[in-house]
Design a protein. Sequence first.
Length: 123
Amino acid sequence: MEMKLFDSELKVMSILWKEGDMTAKQISDILKAEIGWNMNTTYTVIKKCIAKGAIRREEPNFLCHALIPKEAVQEAETDELIGKLYDGSVDKLFAALLGRKKLSTEQIAKLKQIVGELDEVSK
């Protein structure tokens, strides 16, 4: 995914990913309640997402449909984070994440399971 979405655009996209297709008015109502955006702000951000090809607008009622999957954005954002802050090293990212707080037994077991699954795939 070559498209860069800004934090404001990700707020709109996250609603569509969570709720599915919605009208601009419905998105605006949610963002007003959650973060205090007014309708004009929300509509401006939706229009930017449309211009980037992240959202398709349909009638009636300015129905918005996400054109890019959440996973593609997560992957691109993760790649950018690793490149920018961890010199492209996944190992450094994991070391930083794991060193931040004490993990529960369940979290450690889940991480071991994930690593085990990755190890099996690579064989």
